[in-house]
Design a protein around this ligand. Sequence first.
Ligand code: HEC
Length: 180
Amino acid sequence: MRRSWLALVLVLLAAGCSRDSWQRSPGPDDAVKLVPWFAFMEKGPAIQPYKMNRMPAEGAVPIDGMEPPLPVLPENFAAIDQLRNPALLTAESLDTGKKYYDIFCVPCHGETGAADGPVNAVMYIVPSLLTDRANDLSDGMIYSIIRHGRGAMRPYGEGVRGIDRWHVVNYVRQLQGASQ
Ligand code: HEC
């Protein structure tokens, strides 16, 4: 008696548990699809979001122009040094540069760039921007350090965007000039 029960259970398991039927028991779609002109999901077009080129919505404003990111890493140094400063050295450029420098850079690098900002008074790791070393950095390198950060300095590219970074570069150059 016991044996026949066991056999029955095994037969039921074998019959009911093929992979397909376990994953999908018959549903309304199976009835609907018997009518050829009904739309149902099984035959609908599959959307593959990662295979389709999604262009930005019309009127979208790129936050970084079309600039490719160039993190400050040795493999990018050559390309970084070739970046050309598009911001002419004008009074307006220096004004804008000073505005952003005062907000984002003074806390560490100090008003004159001598690393005498209040943060460095407790951190002691911020370099002066007035050294020969900093003088020798290309405009593109200063721009990229602002945009992507470097080492212990975090990126400020979100706060200082696009052409404004170049205005800050111009302003840093002016601080360097003033210190000589
Ligand atoms: C929170 C502190 C902090 C702020 C704010 C900050 N920096 Fe820095 N900066 C650093 C530190 C630390 C380094 C050294 C980075 C490293 O270890 O490579 C550095 C390095 C630099 C260098 C490279 C100097 C050299 O001699 O190689 C430049 C240029 C520079 N910063 C410019 C800026 C500018 C411009 C801003 C404002 C947009 C700014 N920094 C904001 C901390 C700061």
